[in-house]
Unconditional design. Structure first.
Lengths: 797, 62
């Protein structure tokens, strides 16, 4: 029976629905199949079987899309007869998805064009708003299992222009490099040596035009493509820092000036080939370093999770959709099932079951009673509720965290990379050599002094050094990405290698999000009672009932004679005059003092108390070993927002004397990290919920653990897939090794520089030598770093 | 007037044409999504299944 898979979503079917000789797990899946097959879209299932996802339909969830102002903000283009909208659909995962979403016009004729961007998981839809509104489209998408994710963020930060300037610069440099190489070919073979020595007459004749053409090609390279290096060097100098950009900018400038003088006074062909090649390789390194995971976002704040609009209830019971920013203190809001509570408020309706997993990472919903305070960020699970607003959005308990100064700072600007610190010494060294050798030649043969001075600056241009770091780290970034460890930028690897203290959040980080372990305490249940328990649990949709049901041993299921659910209390069911009550302690009539620190489900049969199932946090696999090896080199601490209920278990799991801190508020976590940093510690924070956002932003490296990387993670430096948690320490070690690779490639490139300097100081630097040495050193560095990082990556799991 | 000026002019012109083509393709977003087109080109063009009733059924919008 359990081998039957749903034709639409490929899930195991518990209640099989037969339709068209196919099995379906639920009505939702069946409906989607009907829609597809009746519109000739069943090719969907041929592309990939079981590709669909069960649609979750909530009535009225998208009513806010009727508001004109919101539609205006969401659409990219808005005209009387044409609207274009970009929607983020996290469910996009295979070629079937692309196909069906690009054939949307078969389902809704108003849609003229729909195009999927798979890596970004977005769809761009053009449609005629007079025939179908945006709401119709969103509802249709939801109906076929592709619910778009519309959040406050979509309204607030609109139209981020993608920065393509690096590609343009790379294009310009590559174009110029190729053409200059081609134009300087005759010079390489020395065909155009002076007429007196019997050079080739033909090319001799046109030498000037060739050279001036090279000059023209190098102009956009110097003044456009390499602009960033000049700007960075200028900024560095102004803040009295000798970063690696200073010798690069100096090298480019000297190359250009000397080459120009050479062709003006007809001294020689100039170094335009080396100049354009240098810039091209440098930009290539930059481009390689810039690996972005377009389906991930590292800059999310609460806005990415909050809804755009909510339903406000006016005095005369009229419902009105208002934007979240317009919510005022004292408003009464209607929060529907599965909706997020956007502000702090007081619960008016009787009971609410609120899931704070967005905030704390704790998956266990909290039961609230009328008059209780509910905090922003919770998700209502059990029917619609009404709340009275206490605070506006930006001042709520959770959201005010974002007014902290940490979120305004730019972390990366403060960090000095290894390349920069080497660059400082390198620049002083090069300038010293340049001046000393020039001085020497001034006395020895003053005609060569200027030649030597420029030659030193040209040959010492640290192209290879500047390439070592982008290629090593860029490749590491890709390797980590394949291991499901997604880093924001290459700098994060450098920072990770310096970590000496690691702080972990508890719930959702070192524990799994799903509670799958429960221990029974009390009088043993008879097999008849177990049957009754399981059959009753099966009827309930409460998350606790679901997980307890899945945990219980395989048992026959009997049909219940009676079943009733008391919201916020528990459930009861009966078979053959035996009845069972499952739920909170009060509800089942428990007299034993309640174990209030752990989540428990209490059971009584025929009014006699039996016992309870205590849910335990389940820790991730292998964390005991993980912390043991990690604590050998890195200081470890646990920072939890929960109570001390788990203290003894944690102590047993962790190495002795690991500091544990409980009841930490979001601000406390942030301040804790700050105080460690004041002691000159390099702190790694590993967390998962929005309540860790402050600590993640404050720490040197903030890693968010995520069960589903595409959907949920607060702003951070890196996102780690939850299944790879125990590999984290190996990743830190790998980043340390990557830094060692960079150091070795520095040594290698210094060797090239020494060889080049010999030619430069002795005054015999020919353009050919520069043209050979420069690409040779760059390419060998690229090969060395790529090969060694790949070897390093092979060892990772 | 030598032929080499002609040759130079032609070769540079060709290079510039390709360069401009590259700039335009970047500007039009051709490099923004390098994955989806590779999947899209494998789909069948049009799937006309001869359905007996030739029904013009569209999805009911509400």
């Amino acid at each position: 029976m359990s081998s039957k898979k749903c034709y639409h979503c490929n899930d195991e079917c518990t209640n099989v629905l037969h339709f068209d000789d196919k099995n379906f797990c639920c009505n939702g899946c069946k409906t989607v199949y009907e829609i597809f097959s009746s519109n000739n879209l069943s090719y969907y299932y041929d592309l990939q079987s079981g590709a669909g996802s069960t649609p979750k339909i909530i009535e009225g969830k998208y009513d806010f899309l009727d508001t004109k102002k919101i539609v205006e903000k969401l659409t990219e283009f808005n005209d009387e007869n044409l609207q274009i909208v970009n929607l983020y659909i996290p469910k996009i995962h295979c070629s079937s998805c692309i196909w069906v979403l690009e054939n949307l016009n078969k389902l809704l004729p108003a849609i003229t064009n729909s195009q999927v961007n798979f890596p970004k998981k977005t769809i761009r839809i053009s449609y005629n708003p007079t025939k179908s509104t945006l709401k119709d489209i969103v509802v249709l998408l939801t109906h076929i299992g592709y619910e778009p994710y519309i959040s406050l963020d979509d309204v607030d930060n609109k139209k981020k222009n993608t920065d393509r300037s690096l590609i343009y610069k790379l294009g310009v440099a590559g174009f110029a490099f190729g053409n200059v190489m081609f134009l300087s070919f005759p010079e390489y073979f020395d065909l155009s040596s002076s007429k007196s020595s019997g050079g080739e007459f033909w090319l001799n004749q046109y030498q000037t035009i060739f050279r001036w053409l090279m000059f023209i090609f190098s102009l956009p390279v110097v003044f456009y493509a390499s602009r960033d290096y000049f700007i960075a060097a200028y900024r560095g100098l102004r803040s009295k820092l000798l970063n690696i950009d200073v010798p690069i900018a100096l090298g480019i400038l000297v190359l250009f000036l000397r080459s120009t003088l050479e062709i003006i006074f007809n001294w020689g062909p100039g170094f335009f080939d080396s100049l354009t090649g240098l810039v091209f390789f440098l930009l290539l390194g930059k481009f390689f370093q810039q690996k972005t995971y377009s389906f991930l976002s590292f800059e999310r704040d609460y806005k990415s999770y909050f809804p755009i609009a909510v339903t406000k209830i006016l005095l005369n019971n009229i419902e009105e959709t208002i934007q979240v920013h317009d919510i005022k203190k004292g408003d009464r809001l209607l929060i529907r099932n599965e909706e997020l509570i956007p502000v702090d408020g007081i619960l008016i309706t009787k009971n609410a079951t609120i899931d704070y997993s967005f905030v704390t990472g704790e998956s266990e919903p909290v039961i609230k009673k009328s008059g209780d305070k509910v905090f922003a960020g919770g998700k209502q699970l059990n029917g619609a509720i009404e709340i009275d607003v206490l605070k506006s959005v930006s001042q709520s308990y959770l959201t005010q965290l974002w007014s902290n100064a940490v979120f305004q700072e730019n972390k990366s600007s403060k960090f000095q990379t290894l390349t920069d610190s080497i660059g400082k010494r390198f620049t002083t060294f090069v300038l010293a050599i340049a001046f000393v050798s020039t001085l020497f030649w001034l006395f020895y043969d003053s005609s060569k002094a200027l030649n030597v001075f420029t030659a030193v600056l040209i040959i010492a241009c640290p192209c290879a050094i500047a390439l070592a770091s982008p290629f090593t780290l860029g490749n590491m970034l890709r390797i980590f990405g394949r291991k499901k460890f997604y880093l924001k930028d290459t700098q994060t690897i450098e920072k990770l290698a310096q970590i000496d203290t690691a702080i972990f959040d508890k719930t959702g980080t070192i524990t799994t999000a799903k509670k799958s372990k429960a221990v029974y305490e009390g009088i043993t249940l008879s097999s008849e009672e177990e049957l009754l328990l399981k059959s009753t649990l099966r009827a309930s949709n409460h998350p606790l009932s679901r997980s307890l049901y899945n945990m219980l041993a395989e048992n026959d299921i009997a049909t219940l004679d009676e079943y009733e659910e008391h919201i916020g209390k528990g459930i009861e069911g009966s078979i053959n005059n035996k009845y069972i009550k499952i739920g909170s302690a009060n509800y089942v009539g428990n007299t034993i003092p309640e174990n209030d620190k752990n989540t428990s489900v209490y059971i009584s049969t025929n009014d006699a108390y039996k016992g309870c199932y205590v849910f335990k946090n389940e820790y991730r696999e292998g964390i005991s070993d993980f912390f043991k090896t990690m604590s050998e080199t890195i200081q470890v601490a646990i920072l939890s927002g929960d109570n001390e209920g788990e203290k003894s278990r944690l102590e047993a799991l962790l190495p002795k004397l690991t500091p544990l801190y409980f009841n930490q508020k979001p601000e406390d976590k942030l301040n804790f990290i700050k105080s460690l940093q004041d002691q000159n510690k390099k702190v790694l924070m590993v967390g998962d919920g929005l309540n860790d956002a402050g600590a993640l932003a404050q720490s040197n490296v903030g890693i968010a653990i995520s069960e589903n990387v595409t959907i949920f993670s607060p702003a951070c430096d890196a996102i780690l897939d939850a299944t790879k948690f125990k590999e984290l320490y190996n990743y830190i070690i790998a980043s340390k090794k990557a830094m060692r690779i960079i150091k070795w490639s520095f040594v290698l490139s210094l060797l090239y520089n020494v060889v080049g300097l010999y030619f430069a100081i002795s005054g015999q630097l020919q353009p050919v030598i520069a043209a050979i040495l420069m690409p040779l050193s760059s390419i060998s560095i690229v090969v060395f770093t790529t090969v060694s990082t790949n070897i390093l990556g092979k060892k990772l799991r | 007037m030598s032929v080499i000026y002609m040759l130079l002019a032609i070769s540079i012109l060709v290079a510039i044409i390709f360069f401009v083509a590259f700039i335009f393709s970047v500007k039009n977003g051709q490099y923004d999504d390098s994955y989806t087109p590779s999947v899209r080109m494998l789909f069948e063009d049009e799937l006309v299944k001869k359905s007996p009733k030739e029904k013009e059924q569209t999805y009911p919008t509400k």
